[in-house]
Design a protein around this ligand. Structure first.
Ligand code: SF4
Ligand code: SF4
Ligand code: SF4
Ligand code: FES
Length: 499
């Protein structure tokens, strides 16, 4: 047996055990991208590096055999920095968007690509679910939104953007016309009674999202009808009523014509409720102990708590926004923070890792043109035909991708090393009734698929090295061997199924 120390823990392992295996056996997690259990290590990724006392260089844990008396460090700042550097090198010539640009631009983070896929599959009910799970009042929001999603839509680089807002308005109206429009099912009740003061854009957004999150919401408004500043816009008032009523009907209680300071006080509410949310827009509230900043009510930016115990503030009451929809998008994030705070959870908002293709070069434009769906003649007002034009810029494996997961964990920057972006090459074939895709720009040349399937090989060297079928074979033939195994083990979306 071999005795060694890993991160100050003593451990005894059998001969020929690697540092990776030894560390894993005592619950120490070391990232790996090219390691394939039971196979000879190919040490191509270097994200598993550790430091061994007495050795100057970092060593790959997957390929270094534990020795008697070894002292290994897997978590020091130096080691973490080296792993981050290895990830940034892998990202330097990586070509892909983890998330679609339109989703990133949407104030509510709506998964537009998924919504359009459901429409393409003629499953509008699922599309409505995706939309209404992400945002309140979709028709009103889409009518008022400055449409940053359409401004950034990649299709615009070829002809015109996908009419995302019009598609959402149509979906929302179709849903409202049903006997029972879709309402997201609330999560398990978290036992929190919330008073929301204000039934304008911010208050309605909070009521919608906090009800879905399992809170009992009671809404107060000084006016005799809900909607606040939305009533001052030119939008169809019937539509506004229909979408606001959907929200208020799901609330615990609604009290209209009830004014703060006249009909009730914050002290009263904070005794009766677990939290009181001020969503009063830019109106100044005369209330002792409520502190103001230069822009509006002063809050703790993490918890959204005001200077009064149990009282929180959101939306334009804190800081005016350029548009009602942008304010509502910010309220979504504020509500999620307030709920975490009420539940005693850590408020954690890590920056989401999102590798981006960015500006397309000429080769990319030509490659996309060759495969993009053609515009039909009857696209106008036809959501199915419009949805079919989407390029689905998001990544097929964004939920499983190891490169993305570790890049997020190690705060890797995909732009740290600048190098020419590879060609945009996409191979698609049908294998056993499944649609298989190989995207060369997402391959990190880890070599796992080659280890599993000898019909695949690398050609060229260094940065120019690419995956290829073995000599004399075409892609469908090469990929038809152990297809599931190569796709499941590929650490990125270079190899994926499109279902
Ligand atoms: S392969 Fe991974 S890192 Fe690359 S775009 Fe897809 S999810 Fe992002
Ligand atoms: S083409 Fe589709 S996925 Fe890409 S940005 Fe436009 S709407 Fe979004
Ligand atoms: S395609 Fe093969 S070599 Fe490329 S990342 Fe996937 S498993 Fe690794
Ligand atoms: S070098 Fe060890 S997992 Fe890649």
């Amino acid at each position: 047996m071999i005795k060694l120390r890993i991160d100050n823990k003593s451990i005894e392992v059998a001969e020929n055990t690697t540092i990776l295996q030894a560390a894993n056996s005592i619950g120490i997690d070391i990232p790996t991208l090219c390691y394939l259990q039971g196979k000879k290590p190919c040490t191509s990724c270097f994200v598993c590096v550790v430091k061994v006392q007495g050795i100057d260089n970092f060593v790959p844990a997957c390929a270094t055999v534990a020795k008697d008396g070894m002292v290994v460090d897997t978590q020091s700042d130096d080691v973490l920095k080296a792993r981050k550097g290895a990830l940034e090198l892998l990202l330097s010539d990586h070509l892909g968007d983890c998330y679609e640009p339109c989703k990133i631009a949407c104030p509510f983070g709506l998964d537009i690509s998924a919504m359009l896929t459901h429409i393409e599959n003629k499953n509008d009910d699922k599309a409505i679910k995706v939309m209404k799970n992400a945002m309140p009042m979709p028709a009103i929001v889409s009518l008022l939104c400055p449409r940053p999603c359409e401004s950034i839509c990649r299709r615009k680089q070829f002809d015109t953007s996908i009419p995302i807002a019009s598609i959402k308005i149509q979906l929302a109206q179709n849903d409202l016309a049903k006997e029972k429009p879709y309402t997201p099912a609330p999560a398990q009740n978290i036992g929190k009674n919330i008073a929301i003061i204000g039934a304008g854009p911010a208050g309605l957004t909070a009521a919608y999202l906090m009800t879905i999150a399992g809170c009992n919401c009671t809404v107060f408004d000084k006016n005799n009808k809900p909607g606040g500043t939305l009533n001052d816009t030119k939008i169809d008032k019937e539509l506004l009523t229909a979408e606001t009523m959907e929200i208020l009907e799901a609330c615990h209680e609604v009290h209209l014509s009830q004014e703060l300071g006249v009909d009730f006080t914050l002290e009263q509410l904070s005794k009766d409720y677990n939290a009181v949310i001020l969503a009063t827009g830019e109106n100044k509230i005369e209330q002792a102990n409520l502190q103001y900043s230069k822009t509006g009510i002063a809050i703790d930016t993490q918890t959204h708590k005001t200077s009064i115990d149990k009282v929180y503030s959101i939306g334009s009451a804190v800081k005016p926004a350029k548009s009602a929809v942008l304010a509502m998008g910010k309220v979504k994030k504020s509500c999620s923070d307030i709920i975490s705070h009420l539940k005693g959870d850590k408020i954690d908002n890590p920056k989401l890792f999102n590798c981006r293709i960015g500006k397309l070069n000429e080769q990319h434009i030509e490659a996309i043109k060759a495969i993009m769906p053609a515009r039909p003649n009857n696209e106008k007002d036809n959501i199915l035909e419009s949805a079919k034009l989407c390029l689905h810029c998001d990544c097929l494996k964004k939920e499983q991708c190891g490169l993305k997961k570790y890049s997020q964990q190690y705060d890797a920057n995909f732009q740290s090393f600048q190098c020419d972006k590879p060609a945009l090459e996409k191979i698609e074939c049908e294998i056993d009734g499944r649609h298989v895709i190989y995207e060369s720009g997402k391959c990190i040349k880890c070599g796992k698929c080659i280890t599993i399937n000898p019909n695949l090989t690398f050609i060229n060297r260094g940065y120019n090295s690419t995956l290829s079928p073995a000599i004399g074979m075409d892609w469908p033939e090469a990929l038809s061997v152990k297809t599931d195994e190569i796709i499941n083990n590929c650490p990125t979306a270079a190899l994926s199924f499109q279902d």
